[in-house]
Every structure is written in C-alpha cells, then in structure tokens.
Write a protein that binds this ligand. Sequence first.
Ligand SMILES: CC(C)(COP(=O)(O)OP(=O)(O)OC[C@H]1O[C@@H](n2cnc3c(N)ncnc32)[C@H](O)[C@@H]1OP(=O)(O)O)[C@@H](O)C(=O)NCCC(=O)NCCS
Length: 156
Amino acid sequence: MQFRLRDATNADLPRIVAIERRAFAHPWAEEAFHRELTLSFSRIVLGVTDQNDLGGYLCRWLIADECHILNVAVDTKYRRQGLGELLMREAIAEAVAKRVAIVTLEVRRSNTAARCLYRKLAFEERRLRKNYYGQGEDAIVMERRLTLTTKNRTSF
Ligand SMILES: CC(C)(COP(=O)(O)OP(=O)(O)OC[C@H]1O[C@@H](n2cnc3c(N)ncnc32)[C@H](O)[C@@H]1OP(=O)(O)O)[C@@H](O)C(=O)NCCC(=O)NCCS
C-alpha cells in the first residue's frame, strides 16, 4: 500500500479520532487534537491512501532544539505496511531540516510494537518513568540524537 503524507486540518479530526479510539485504551478527545492544530509549534501529519482513506497520523511538537513525538497511530487494517515508519521518518527528516538536535518520546513499557519501531529508527531507551500511565504502567523515555553536518544532513 502506498501512502502520501499531508498536514491535518480541522476537517480531518473525526477520522483521526476514530483511529485514535481504536488504537488506545485512553484516547485523546477531539478537542485535544483541535487544540494541537491551533499551536504554532505543533504539527499533525497524516498518512493517506490513493483512495483518500486515512491510514494513520503523527503529532509532534517542535520547540527550541527538540522535536517531541506526542502521538503516533496507524489504523488496525493498515498496520505492518510501513506507515508508522514513514510517519516517524517524516518527523525525523523535518527535525534534521530544521537543525533540531534531538527527537524524544515516551512509550509504554508494554508496547512492544512501538518500541520495536523506535529502536529500528535508532531511538535509544534512556530512562524509566515509573507508573507514568497509572499504576503498573511505566513509560520509557526514548531519544534519538541527530548528528548534523554542515550540509544539514544525517543518516536515517
Ligand atoms: C506502533 C504502530 C504505530 C506501528 O505502525 P505500523 O505502521 O504497523 O508499523 P510499520 O509497518 O511501519 O513497522 C515498522 C517497524 O516497526 C516494528 N513493528 C511494527 N509493528 C510491530 C509488531 N506488531 N511487533 C513487533 N515489531 C513491530 C518493526 O520493527 C517494523 O519493521 P519491520 O517491518 O522491518 O519488521 C502501530 O502498531 C500502532 O498504531 N499501534 C497502536 C498505537 C500505538 O501504540 N502508538 C505508539 C504510542 S507510543
């Protein structure tokens, strides 16, 4: 399956929220996504099929020299087809282009799929935040440092 990437608008929110509800036990509400669209440092990138179906999305903040991934999800029927990786690579490529030093995120310790995805993209597991998601649900803080060259390129 081929996906193209584009930025989200308010018109996309119902479809984003539908995927969010299928992906997470504690999903963001539509208002939370709406708020992200009003923030200058926030961006929601979508992966869309040729048929204009929404496959998944990624939300990131870009503040000072850090890109923070707040949310990434791929709809169940489009998983294991490279879209999660495509969205993450887009966030990393943008961070490189904007000369950001580091990309960070938090992931549930139990989320094997996401941890494998981030490790594949050279993220390192740095710290544990005990009970970050509630009792017994630890967060792992992951980081990828970007090595910038004078040509503003890195390997990813
Ligand atoms: C995590 C998630 C975004 C991955 O999206 P995806 O489109 O299915 O992932 P991709 O097809 O791009 O896979 C890329 C890599 O991720 C890893 N990966 C993805 N799913 C995996 C799984 N179920 N088990 C193990 N590794 C997995 C693999 O390393 C894979 O590389 P490979 O295909 O060469 O083996 C998706 O499973 C999802 O939406 N999960 C629910 C929401 C969520 O947990 N988001 C992350 C919050 S931190």
